[in-house]
Design a protein around this ligand. Sequence first.
Ligand SMILES: [Zn+2]
Length: 568
Amino acid sequence: MEQYQNFKLSVYCTVHDVMKMPDDYPAFLQTIAFFQKHLKLSKVYIETYRDDTVDSKKLLQVKDFFCRAGIETATGITTVNTKVGKVNVAGVMCYTNTEQLEELRRLFVRMAGEFDEIMIDDFLNTNCTCDTCRSAKGDQTWTEFRLQKMTEICRDYFLAPARAANPKVKITIKYPTWMHSFQRLGYNPETQPFMFDETYAGTETRHTTYSFFRNPRYTSYSLIRWLQSCPPHNNRGGWFDPYLCDNPLNSYVEQAYMTLFSKPEEITLFCFGSLLDTRYIPLLGHELARMDKFLGALGQPVGVKTYLPYHSDGEDNVYDFLGMCGVPCDPVAIFPEEPCTVLLTASSACDPDVLARVKKHLLAGNDAAFTAGFVRVMQDRGLEEFTAMRLSGTMMRSNHFGAFEGCWDAAIRYNYSGKEIGMPIADWKLNDCDYKAAMFSESMPNPLVTYTNYGSGRAYFINFPDDYADIYWLPDTVLDKYRMHLSRALPMRIEGQAKVALFPYDNNTFVLQSFLEHGTVVRVYIKGDAGELTRLDGGGKIERLYQVSGESVFELAIMPGCTMPLAW
Ligand SMILES: [Zn+2]
């Protein structure tokens, strides 16, 4: 079968999709023809269990049909049981129920007997608080109990029995898009990637206003990057679906763009029945063919290392809102040792050793940037070593902002936002820090971007609106300061409106992705001497405007919702 050059494309077929597949081969070919017309389909996951199971005769017939059509097969499982788990949210299972566990063991043995690869959909978590779960938990927290319990269940009921039945079997665990809730529900990315053959990322951010996932589109990139950073670095792919994506339709393919910018080996579409004969697939097919032409020219992603330790929460997904504003946040589970700027959020504060790591990082001459949430958690736990900035717990609303080039009275751009924005009020010591952006109210300047020198590094304070999405309303001149200072260790940065994301790579290439409903102008600043930019999608070249302070400056216009890959 013809394949994409830069990734493999898979479609997931649920148990119910498998049950509906025709029993004769010509009719089967007609059913899958829609996908084959628009996509270069490499592989399908044909599911064995999802609250119900399909008998082996039918499942193996469908497997055989796909094989005859030249499409690779694997199986899958979704660990929900709406009978046993009827009191549990989303039908997730109880993992102290021995009858339930034995059924799972039998299913894994069966799947390993019939396939060489098993994908586990992202319901491998629990919110069960039944009598036996409460008793097994004892004095532990739910997080402690479930992190350990689910690790043991995977080892004893899934992996060991399946590998005993078929030593060749490859088993993949797919993580959901909501990473800051993992630990509460028992997903353990510290232990599980070492046990499973590979991991997979849920990049189904859907319509980000109406979904309850509580994250902007950038999560479709950042979650997969974070899982790629988890040892032993075996994340294979990203998976998205069409739910809530009807209007605007572009929201469906934005999930594909963001997933592919992280350069996974494979993407999976969920699911066959929800995509069959829909308008999503012709659109996606067109876009995947277009993306495949330039993805190979991109190197490895680089960005502002955003420290999200295992099992951390607090200021959930705040970095994704920065990502939507052109700060290329690149989450990592392990504190970076290399020279870079590291961004610390309230989630970073879950590492009890975080300040010792910050000190070492700053003393090595690097920058560390503390979000408002990080300051709030750490201000009475030693943060005063690096900054006098404190949060009083109060909030200020204003639409008046300033961005500072170098002094207080002349080189300033004062602008108004389109609405009042609520920001935490920061207390600081005058002349202890340098101000780069602030909000104003009479006699009450409130810093947004400041830094204090610590050794040869800079300790930045990065204020953030109480409603994270209000960052999109900040004047461009203020957003430019967020981008300029957080990107100091990167080869490039951009200026312009919010909702244009930047994806830089390590080989003088980058992608701009607009999420705007209208066109906009972006300024690109490349460090050093770059004479022109070349569009990697065949759109020609862009000449440099000028050079200033060691940067080459370009200006380009980007269409609504468009992707623009470039090189210098
Ligand atoms: Zn239970």
